[in-house]
Design a protein around this ligand. Structure first.
Ligand code: FPP
Ligand code: MG
Ligand code: MG
Length: 329
């Protein structure tokens, strides 16, 4: 977004590549069962969301192509892209579709787990079709994404994206069984163990898809290990930052501005970054609330106030532009 402020809009760079994305996905989701097809296509028909993951894949693809000759000298393999055009390869465009399909599948399941009735300002899939269909539609999306992945005929890319699916599940399980958070209550040794557990969980939940799909985009262009590692690190860092901001927005915005339920993490009993920060300032009180999952009357409001107080006391102040980032989630 610093780039956007200077007039470089990452979404503009990939605008033409993105035009065909939803159509490409919809063509992969045909089924002879009309309800299954309608569920799976739900978000793609609406064409909502900023599609940050495919945007990252396409940006990395363009960056790799633009720098192909220089990197080819140092890289372990010759590039298949050329410097004449930085247009993503067809396989990279396919990869961009796959990332959005996996992400959407995980949201279908997530809204069931979180009992959310709204997403992107419209009713969630579970709200419209019920929990069972939402889960099955998520499975169907994953299945079709897997077929598309296999058709790339690149076994390393299949391995990377399959690992992402494992990580998404692992992140969700870590979140629902936060042993380190409960045991340490976010308070021990300045809450370090709880913070590390939380960030580890965030990598699985959000960072892995961005990191591994960026790595896969480089792989598809024939880029070597060094460039793959850089692309992975880029995706990982954006993913970790993204989830931190998502967790702060849950605290500070309303359901109207978010297009999904606000304060939902607390209502689900989840201790995210703002809670961990509050625990540093008010260890005993926040620790007790974490243990009882904010279930007592007034807990949600109280911990929210404590988090705001702790953020206000934190130096340097956070410098992200939450209204811009809010449009990406
Ligand atoms: C959104 O988080 C959810 C995720 C980033 C991952 C969810 C993963 C699963 C439910 C595991 C199953 C995975 C697959 C691939 C089917 P959030 O609830 O914090 O964000 P939100 O505020 O947008 O709901
Ligand atoms: Mg959720
Ligand atoms: Mg969730």
């Amino acid at each position: 977004w610093a780039g956007a402020a200077r007039g470089v809009d990452p979404f503009k760079i990939v605008e033409s590549d993105m035009r065909s994305l939803s159509a490409g996905i919809k063509s992969l989701l045909g089924s002879d069962h009309p309800v299954l097809e309608a569920c799976a296509k739900y978000f793609f028909e609406l064409d909502g969301g900023k599609k940050i993951r495919p945007t990252m894949v396409l940006l990395i693809s363009r960056a790799v192509a633009a720098h192909a000759p220089a990197q080819g000298v140092n890289g372990s393999r010759a590039f298949t892209s050329t410097s004449e055009s930085s247009t993503p390869l067809p396989s990279q465009k396919r990869l961009a579709e796959i990332t959005e399909m996996i992400h959407t599948a995980s949201l279908f399941h997530d809204d069931v787990i979180d009992e959310a009735d709204e997403r992107r300002g419209v009713p969630s899939i579970n709200k419209i079709y019920g929990n069972k269909m939402a889960i099955l539609a998520g499975d169907f999306l994953l299945a079709r994404a897997s077929v598309s992945l296999a058709r790339l005929r690149n076994i390393e890319v299949v391995e990377l994206l399959s690992t992402v699916i494992e990580h998404l599940v692992k992140g969700e399980v870590m979140q629902s069984r936060p042993q380190a958070l409960v045991d340490g209550s976010g308070t021990g040794e300045n809450g370090q163990a709880a913070l590390e557990y939380y960030l580890h969980k965030n990598f699985y939940k959000t960072g892995s898809l961005m990191a591994n799909s960026c790595r896969a985009a480089v792989l598809l262009a024939g880029g070597g290990d060094a460039l793959q590692n850089q692309a992975f690190a880029y995706g990982r860092h954006v993913g970790l930052a993204f989830q931190l901001v998502d967790d702060v927005l849950d605290f500070e915005q309303t359901s109207e501005t978010l297009g999904k339920p606000a304060l939902n993490d607390l209502r689900q009993g989840l201790a995210t970054a703002p809670v961990l920060l509050a625990a540093r300032t008010f260890p005993d009180e926040v620790g007790d609330m974490v243990k009882r999952k904010f279930a007592s009357e007034g807990d949600v409001e109280r911990v929210r106030e404590m988090a705001f107080f702790s953020i206000a006391m934190t130096s340097p102040r956070p410098r992200y532009n939450s209204s811009y980032l809010g449009t990406l989630l």
